[in-house]
Design a protein around this ligand. Structure first.
Ligand SMILES: N[C@@H](CCC(=O)N[C@@H](CS)C(=O)NCC(=O)O)C(=O)O
Length: 327
């Protein structure tokens, strides 16, 4: 076996050293009366277990028990390695640490090897980076949506008629909390969710510091806001928890080292409320542990971003990746 490691086209920063996330191109919605009617056997979800944005969607799918209804929204998981050709849906062996996905079982498309082939089938002129998550429509042969913040909103209600009774009508974006949830996202997204990427993909110290200091201020703010409550908004689990969780659970295992977000860890005592909230979700709320794949998360970031970690060596720590609840 060759010892040569695959290269990466993951130079994500622009000329000024700052990371700018691209806008998502597909923004349709599954709903009654639209081009994308709620139906069984029609839609597929494509995710990477490593990806915090895709993880939001996996969580909502699990919390709404969509995984218990056959053919409602089957999941294809890409390999953890993101290489020069983008995400691979076909399970391919590469010469670096990686965790294989599920392989591609989307009927009629089993020969597709890379995610970009789905993007090009949906839009032959697509020129941006093909990203996960994706909702693929097998009836019209197109992508419904590739923006996680929108996907989790419509999955909240889109398939309710097919779901077990106890989850019908459950929403993670309730009317009476919308203004507060929107306000929460207005600082959590730029400084925490995207903040870790802005720090990690920066190619100048200036751009890195511009992201890393506000990130830690925002973690402090989140810790204070959560306080002794079980969830961000008292005893109500909302998309605020979902969207914050997928970044915080990756923090100590990956962002602290790989993305140089190393002023503090989440563990260790500086963020006692945030740390307890994180462990409560992971250890006690069904869906959080089941959708969190630490092996894939670590293999993806450390293995794929050769511009940051040229050896692709995956550090063994922290051990354990998340601490027990009663620590
Ligand atoms: N705005 C998108 C962002 C998705 C995104 O950036 N996904 C990353 C993985 S974490 C991706 O697929 N990157 C592929 C690439 O950069 O080539 C969303 O929230 O859905």
């Amino acid at each position: 076996m060759s010892t040569k490691l695959p290269g990466s086209s993951l130079q994500q920063a622009s000329a000024d050293g700052r990371f700018h996330r691209q806008d998502s191109a597909f923004r349709d919605v599954i709903k009654n009366g639209s081009r994308f009617e709620p139906e069984r056997g029609r839609y597929h979800l494509i995710v990477a277990d490593a990806c915090p944005w895709a993880h939001r969607v996996l969580l909502v799918r699990h919390l709404k028990k969509m995984d218990t209804v056959p053919d409602l929204l089957p999941v294809t998981v890409v390999d953890s390695f993101l290489g020069p050709e983008g995400w691979c849906v076909g399970s391919r062996q590469v010469d670096c640490p990686f965790v294989p996905g599920t392989g591609n079982h989307i009927p009629g498309h089993e020969d597709k090897m890379f995610l970009r082939e789905f993007y090009l089938a949906a839009d032959p002129s697509y020129e941006k980076r093909p990203t996960v998550p994706v909702i693929w429509d097998n009836k019209l042969g197109t992508i419904v949506n590739n923006e996680s913040s929108e996907i989790i909103r419509f999955l909240d209600t889109a398939f309710d008629e097919f779901l077990p009774e106890d989850v019908r009508g459950i929403t993670y974006y309730p009317e009476d909390l919308r203004a507060q949830i929107d306000d929460f996202h207005s600082w959590v997204y730029p400084h925490i969710n995207n903040g870790v990427y802005r720090a990690g993909f920066a190619t100048t110290s200036e751009a890195y510091e511009e992201a890393v200091f506000p990130l830690f201020e925002a973690l402090e703010r989140a810790d204070k806001l959560i306080g002794d409550k079980p969830y961000v908004f008292d005893d109500r689990l909302t998309e605020a928890d979902i969207r914050l969780y997928t970044t915080i659970v990756r923090f100590d295992p990956v962002y602290h080292g790989h993305f140089k977000c190393n002023i503090q860890q989440i563990r260790g005592g500086r963020y006692p409320h945030l740390h307890r909230w994180l462990r409560t979700l992971y250890w006690t709320v069904p869906g959080f542990k089941e959708t969190t794949n630490f092996a894939s998360i670590k293999a993806h970031y450390y293995g794929s971003h050769k511009q940051i970690n040229p050896t692709s060596i995956v550090p063994v720590g922290p051990i354990p990746p998340i601490e027990p609840l009663d620590n």
